[in-house]
Design a protein around this ligand. Structure first.
Ligand code: GLC
Length: 669
């Protein structure tokens, strides 16, 4: 059962697709205070667990910290950070009382989950204008499914998007891309996509190509003949440059966000000064979305949307303030500065320069046009990335309504899960981020984001062979499986390391499992279900299962338990019931061993991929292939418990004929 409570005059976010009439009164759980601001407070019992919040820091059980939904471009995901790139305001409390809550609020909102007081859950935001949905059900799983139904079907990518992708910030020329393609193909490491980061553009201008990419359609074809799709990045900010058609049109037709005085707001991002399209205005969305045609017309089938929090390096105003501070400081010429010591001045200068990026002040400096109403950006900040990706998704419907396009975004709000997937942004080559990657997955799924994954190997900092292999062994199971790294870091394409055969083997396991992973993804998407679940969703009676934070259930048949530690030769696993321990060995064979309920230590070498098949279940396994197009789904082997069946979902991977009964086939072991 879902109940909706409306406070004040909320702004429509379009997170919810199945509207529910608002109730009078207040939620059955906790207390709401709307004096001056909004606060929901609930007294938690000692053993209550809190799930949700999608792309957020720390554990699967969110209890014990404070999180803020405030879409932020922050490449340092250290444990102390409260905000990442997304705003996913859905939580489930499980314990003495079990209920879910969705706070549909487009601006900054804080979830203090036992941080200030260990027993108190407190959700607060500045303005008491929001819709609060309260969901009751028997279990967290049941509550999540109701929430997912209310917010609509998750995005479904084309099948090739379940292949492996290579990315790196810094590929500039056709030959850079050819080198990557050759590095994979010559070493027989499977590959389906190479991502084009900002250097493919002319001066970082959206919907342009640098002079290196003349005769682009031919190049797209050349790659596609090798079964490789090129996936370009699109950034939110449009470069300010007279004569650049996207800029000129945006100015002429009033598609950019404006300052209070009506002038266009200018912020520096990769191209230097940019204007931000007003994605909250349907007309601007339509205009920007149609620009993707520039690339789809040349054969491109997928994109990633970036810098759409929106990220701001500095604004004109911020820079002017910093310059003024510097001028005053310089004038002091070593003497006292504004009556203070020189070193204090140095710190102030440092602070000012550091706070130029993504400053809350800048988010108060520009406005959107929402149905003719001028709305200050900070009031709707968390909707920006969602609406950029929505612009693309709406355009894809016009470009080819029968076709699926690959699309994932950095910033998001609930509702965007219908338009695209997400990647979890600028992680680092740290072991702790491998674990964070795992922990985020079920929470993201709860909020609707099924097509998700992290930068495997780590984006910032230098990776190691061992870390990359372990990252990949988790990535084998995440719908988005992409190796991506930052400019200036160690090269981390799989062929750059010694013992290439280990990389070939681990990624090949992905392709062997792909019919199963795709089938489970599609079933999850089509039934508003989860692809990744915490163990407790499947074993709610098992109190031990609820404590497990480093193993996940995937689909209906398997459990994964990757190694997340340097020099790990294996790990402890908890089995809520008897399961079949499966290891994909480097010689291409599969070892199978039954383990009983309880705790076990299992050996897992660096070149092995482990997983568990649940009791009484089986899964299909394909022959090795080097691209998704070559996977033979008419030739599948079954592994798992004897005498069992698996219902496989499969389709052409391109079109949207999802409801066809022909897509289901029963396989017997
Ligand atoms: C941002 C993105 C990253 C990309 C870089 C350059 O940091 O998160 O993935 O490589 O910008 O475009």
């Amino acid at each position: 059962m879902i109940q909706k409570y409306t406070y004040g005059a909320p702004l429509r976010t379009d997170a919810v697709v199945h509207e529910i009439p608002a109730e009078n009164g207040s939620p059955a759980y906790g207390t709401v205070n709307t004096q001056n601001s909004f606060t929901f407070t609930y007294r938690m019992s000692a053993d209550d667990i809190v799930y949700g919040l999608g792309e957020a820091n720390r554990g699967i059980n969110k209890r014990g910290y404070c999180y803020t939904s405030d879409c932020t471009d922050d490449p340092n995901h250290t444990e102390d950070k409260r905000s990442l790139y997304g705003a996913h305001n859905f939580i489930v409390v499980w314990g003495a009382q079990t209920f879910g809550m969705f706070f549909d609020y487009p601006s900054l909102i804080t979830f203090d989950i036992g941080y200030t007081r260990a027993d108190t859950l407190s959700v607060s935001c500045e303005s008491a204008d929001l819709d609060v949905y309260v969901i009751t059900g028997d279990t967290p799983y049941d509550i999540v499914k109701q929430f997912r139904r209310m917010t609509g079907r998750s995005y479904i990518p084309p099948k090739f998007a379940f292949g492996f992708g290579q990315s790196r910030w810094g590929y500039k020329t056709k030959d850079d891309f050819r080198k990557v393609a050759a590095g994979y193909r010559e070493n027989h490491i499977p590959l389906d996509m190479i991502y084009m980061d900002i250097d493919y553009m002319d001066s970082y201008k959206d919907f342009t190509l640098s002079s290196e990419f003349s005769r682009f359609p031919e190049f797209v074809r050349e790659m596609k003949e090798d079964h490789i799709r090129l996936i370009p990045i699109i950034d939110a900010g449009v470069k300010v440059e007279d004569g650049y058609s996207v800029y000129d049109e945006g100015v002429k037709n009033d598609h950019f966000c404006k300052r209070e005085d009506g002038s266009f707001f200018t912020a520096a991002v990769w191209p230097g000064d940019t204007h931000f399209p007003d994605f909250l205005d349907p007309k601007a969305r339509e205009w920007f979305g149609d620009k993707y045609r520039f690339l789809t017309d040349q054969g491109i089938e997928g994109f990633w949307n970036d810098m759409n929090e929106p990220a701001i390096f500095y604004s004109r105003e911020g820079l002017a303030e910093a310059k003024e501070l510097a001028r005053r400081f310089a004038q002091s010429d070593g003497g006292s500065w504004d009556g203070q010591q020189e070193e204090v001045g140095v710190w102030q200068m440092g602070d000012k320069l550091q706070s130029l990026a993504n400053s809350p002040e800048d988010y108060r400096r520009f406005y959107h046009n929402i149905n003719g109403k001028k709305v200050r950006h900070d009031k709707v900040h968390n909707l920006y990335g969602f609406n950029m990706t929505r612009a693309a998704a709406e355009a894809f419907e016009r470009i080819d309504p029968d076709r699926r396009f690959l699309m994932f975004s950095r910033s998001s709000y609930i509702g965007m899960h219908r338009c695209g997937g997400i990647w979890t942004g600028d992680n680092k080559s740290w072991w702790s981020h491998l674990l964070l990657n795992l922990k985020m997955m079920p929470s993201l799924n709860m909020c609707g984001f099924l097509y998700a994954g992290a930068d495997l190997g780590g984006f910032g900092a230098d990776t190691t062979r061992e870390l990359l292999l372990r990252f990949l062994a988790l990535g084998v199971f995440t719908p988005l499986m992409r190796n991506h790294a930052a400019l200036g870091t160690r090269e981390q394409e799989c062929y750059q390391f010694e013992g290439i055969e280990d990389f070939r083997h681990v990624i090949t396991v992905r392709y062997r499992l792909l019919p199963y992973l795709y089938s489970e993804y599609m079933k999850a998407a089509l039934n508003d279900d989860l692809y990744f679940k915490p163990l407790s969703f499947v074993y709610p009676e098992d109190r031990m299962a609820a404590r497990i934070e480093d193993q996940l259930m995937l689909g209906n048949e398997i459990m994964i338990a990757p190694v997340c530690e340097q020099n790990g030769k294996g790990r402890y696993v908890y089995l809520p019931e008897e399961m079949l321990f499966v290891k994909f060995l480097p010689d291409g064979t599969v070892s199978e061993e039954i383990f009983g309920q309880g705790v076990h230590y299992v050996d897992i070498a660096l070149n092995e991929v482990p997983m568990f098949i649940r009791k009484g279940k089986c899964i299909p396994l394909a022959d090795p292939a080097e691209c998704v197009d070559d996977i033979r789904t008419d030739h599948l082997r079954i592994i798992g418990y004897a005498g069992t069946e698996y219902v496989l979902y499969d389709d052409d991977g391109i079109h949207k004929d999802y409801e066809n009964e022909k897509n289901y086939r029963t396989l017997r072991n």
